[in-house]
Ligand binder design. Structure first.
Ligand SMILES: Cc1cc2nc3c(=O)[nH]c(=O)nc-3n(C[C@H](O)[C@H](O)[C@H](O)COP(=O)(O)OP(=O)(O)OC[C@H]3O[C@@H](n4cnc5c(N)ncnc54)[C@H](O)[C@@H]3O)c2cc1C
Length: 473
């Protein structure tokens, strides 16, 4: 019997697990994929928004502003890449300019730090914005984060503090007897409290238990990802003025020095369809050119899509319609920015159902990743002397050594797939997109996990990379 079962290990499930790990509780997280953070949390703009645009009084507004304030300290504790680079929402015509004043008022009402900058100041702050820019709304507390690292770090720290994680296990339904019974494709478990963080599939989990049915609709966002390059480029997150479709298109740096251009915003039917479409991406770039004159599209290394879990309220759905069953779904943007505050809110809801007693041995600090790339030559030499595998570079684009890969495999919530390593260490993230290092990584994963190379997958399930031996047939 568990005190708490959390369904889904996206950023919300992981944050809630880590927040509740402070207490003397027996917690299980069940995730259908082969790794944490593989759903919407893996494909988004990665912006810790300041909270200036959700409508005042919504959960989005409340939790975004609070979450934004919590991130810097949490990222320090967990050694997660985060930078408060500030955002600029740029007007280029009279209508948009009027909208900026509305956003300023909204931001202030929400408690976000915002001010208007005129054209001269804007061009000084960010020389890459379009010369057609009129003014901008500046939000200095907006930040950029690495969402993959974040989910892994949260879960690793939760597990360091006693939380259990079941990967590759799908929750089929939740029933209420004396306690809750969570039925999966591998077994069944009982729990006093169930927290539904199943992202796009949160409606299925909720509808399996509650009479009041809900529906989540996928709203796709497509992006271009640009490589890192040496010339100076945008340093702030640059937004076009938002519309009813969403926050608008952005051009933004990422924590790893790449650049994002996107996203689009289109309702679709298929909750698993993360394909990209040339026509849509062409429109995205057209929109991005309205705020930045020069987008170096020659540096595009890949394109990708993420799916927002839209609910008709257009707000987060965080409720407890049946005592002990908590929904945390419909988490569209700014769900990532809000996640720390969402977790605190959920912890206070849980406190009404079961007694929360703090653990004396709770440790909020996660052991940092090694990150050889950022060490001085002196430090590198010392490490290589102690362990020669730090001198064996496996991913040349991102400069990742075998020693670091082995460390990332053997931690709590360690990598078990090629994509799992990519998320943790950026192996295969560079220009060659794994062309050179994938075979080496496959070998290391097989050796360290004591598996046959044919059983190592790209990202779990049937995503096999090696199908059969070809030599000698
Ligand atoms: C295009 C786009 C851009 C965005 N940009 C931003 C941004 O810049 N800033 C921001 O704050 N927010 C942004 N968001 C929103 C943010 O990404 C989401 O709010 C957040 O990632 C949602 O996290 P989650 O944990 O609720 O869901 P998910 O990350 O989807 O996690 C749900 C998990 O549940 C698992 N699951 C589902 N069903 C089951 C089951 N039956 N059994 C077991 N496991 C199950 C899934 O596999 C998944 O891992 C963006 C979203 C999109 C799509």
């Amino acid at each position: 019997m568990y005190d708490i079962i959390i369904v889904g290990a996206g950023v919300n499930g992981c944050f809630i697990a880590r927040t509740l790990a402070k207490y003397k509780l027996n917690i299980l997280v069940i995730e259908k994929e082969s790794d944490v953070g593989d759903g919407t949390s893996a494909a988004n703009s990665a912006i810790v928004h300041s909270g200036y645009d959700p409508h005042t009084g919504t959960l989005k507004a409340e939790l975004n502003v609070l979450g934004n304030k919590m991130y810097p300290e949490i990222c320090k504790e967990l050694d997660v890449s985060f930078k408060m680079n500030g955002s600029l929402t740029i007007s280029t015509n009279e209508e948009e300019d009027k909208k900026l004043d509305e956003l300023l008022a909204l931001g202030k009402a929400n408690g976000a730090e915002v001010r208007i900058v005129d054209r001269d100041e804007l061009l000084k702050m960010e020389p890459f914005v379009t010369k057609k820019a009129l003014r901008a709304l500046y939000a200095p507390t907006a930040g950029i984060i690495n969402p993959f690292e974040l989910c892994v770090a949260l879960m690793e720290n939760a597990m360091d503090n006693g939380v259990s994680l079941h990967l590759n296990e799908k929750v089929l339904k939740v029933e209420k007897k004396d306690d809750f019974i969570v039925k999966t494709d591998k077994g069944e478990y009982s729990a006093k409290v169930v927290i539904n963080c199943a992202g796009l599939y949160g409606d299925d989990v909720s509808n399996s238990l509650l009479d009041e049915k809900i529906k989540l609709v996928p709203r796709k966002g497509e992006y271009y990802l640009l490589d890192h390059f040496n010339e100076p480029y945008v340093t702030h997150t640059l937004f076009s003025v938002p519309s009813s479709k969403g926050k608008g298109v952005l051009v933004a740096p990422t924590t790893s020095g790449n650049y994002l251009v996107g996203p689009s915003s289109n309702f679709i039917d298929d909750k698993d369809d993360v394909s990209t479409n040339n026509e849509i991406l062409t429109d995205v770039v057209k929109e991005a050119y309205r705020i930045v004159d020069n987008i170096p599209m020659q540096y595009v290394i890949t394109e990708f899509a993420g799916l927002r879990a839209y609910h008709e309220s257009n707000d987060f759905v965080i409720n407890e319609k049946l005592k002990g069953f908590i929904n945390v779904i419909g988490m569209q943007s700014p769900g990532l920015a809000s996640a720390p505050a969402t977790a605190s809110k959920v912890a206070s809801m849980v406190a009404r159902d079961i007694e929360l007693v703090e653990r004396e041995d709770y440790n909020p600090i996660r052991r940092p990743y090694i990150r050889l790339k950022y060490k001085s030559n002196e430090e590198k030499n010392k490490m290589i002397k102690e362990n020669p595998l730090f001198g064996k570079i496996i991913c040349r684009c991102e400069e990742v050594s075998e020693g670091e890969i082995i460390d990332a495999i053997h931690r709590n919530c360690g990598a078990t797939t090629v994509k799992g390593l990519k998320k943790r260490l950026r192996t295969g993230f560079g220009k060659c997109q794994g062309g050179f290092c994938q075979s080496l990584i496959l070998k290391i994963l097989a050796r360290e996990l004591n598996k046959d190379m044919k059983d190592i997958t790209l990202k779990g399930e049937a995503s096999y990379i090696l199908l059969k031996e070809t030599k000698g047939e």
